[in-house]
Design a protein around this ligand. Structure first.
Ligand code: AMP
Length: 281
């Protein structure tokens, strides 16, 4: 894998790839790679001949009091894992490379959708996400970019940004990769103590409870939300931030639940904030 941290070198290499007829895919991450990230790399490989993985812990998307400093980092291990999954280029810029002025004067913002779900509890977070992803799109000019279903609201916002601002690329959203007990893989799972790690499996069980109610014919959004909530409330050490049923395109609640609607959850387990979601089937 070619490791690059400067913009000029990145552009030079990618121009050569494209001149030779190569199709470039981008997988944006904050690193500390797990099997979820690597499944995105595998998906990228299927859609392109040249896979770029970016690793950048983006200060713009962290609020005051969030875990920017503690966020786990291990670029050496990431480079090795990326190589094993067919990544061609690892782009790991410094903060100064991404934000030479220290900040941006311009932000990409989507006030309506950003204000829902996680956005209510993380003001400014999605502006930071959209701004860095727009920068990465302009730096890499990928033909396809791959994101995870795990971050439902992020995927919705990126699809909207690509459509609204005419970015010339396809967005691919890949399924959530889970641990054997159902816990969605996340770099932040390293924060969990053993008992908290067990409590975290209640998120998946609560999503399954909502799915079971839907399968049994329940279509009232409040009843599906209540089925999920009941599981989370029965778990000591889990405090609910939200449980909502939404249309994954608008993040608005439907009148009646339909196949494809998303049950979305955010909780705290101790100090650690966990999110998960499930598309009803
Ligand atoms: P992050 O490094 O947490 O910012 O995530 C980078 C990308 O990986 C995002 O598109 C996430 O949605 C995706 N991702 C994170 N966790 C998972 C998972 N468990 N399964 C699939 N994709 C994931």
């Amino acid at each position: 894998v070619i490791a690059v941290n400067e913009v000029a070198e990145l552009r030079r290499i990618l121009d050569e790839v494209r001149d030779a007829g190569g199709r470039v895919a981008l997988v944006p991450t904050m690193g500390y790679l797990h099997a979820g990230h690597l499944s995105l790399c595998d998906a990228a490989r299927r859609h392109a001949d040249f896979v770029v993985l970016s690793v950048f812990v983006n200060p713009l998307q962290f609020g005051g009091g969030e875990d920017l400093e503690q966020y786990p980092r291990d670029l050496g291990r990431d480079a090795k894992a990326a190589m094993d999954h067919g990544v061609n280029l690892l782009f790991a810029p410094s903060t100064a490379t991404m934000y030479p002025q220290g900040d941006t004067v311009t932000r990409v913002t989507a006030p309506g959708i950003s204000g829902r779900l996680c956005g209510r509890y993380r003001p400014g977070h999605f502006d930071g996400v959209l701004t860095v992803v727009a920068k990465l799109f302009n730096l890499v000019s990928p033909a396809v970019a791959v994101f995870g279903q795990k971050d439902l609201q992020q995927a919705t916002l990126i699809r909207s940004m690509v459509r609204d601002l005419d970015f010339r690329l396809d967005v691919h959203v890949a399924p959530t990769v889970r641990e054997p007990d159902g816990v969605a893989m996340s770099s932040r799972n390293v924060y969990l103590q053993p008992d908290q790690r067990v409590a975290a499996s209640s998120l998946y069980r609560s999503l399954q409870a909502a799915q079971a109610a839907f399968t049994a014919g329940e279509r009232a959004p409040a009843a599906l939300v209540a089925a999920a909530q009941a599981i989370l409330e029965g778990e000591s050490g889990v405090s609910i931030q939200y449980v909502e049923l939404v249309d994954p395109e608008t993040l608005e609640p439907p009148m009646q639940a339909r196949r494809g609607d998303a049950l979305a959850i955010a909780v705290h387990v101790g100090e650690t904030r966990l999110i998960d979601n499930h598309l009803l089937e």
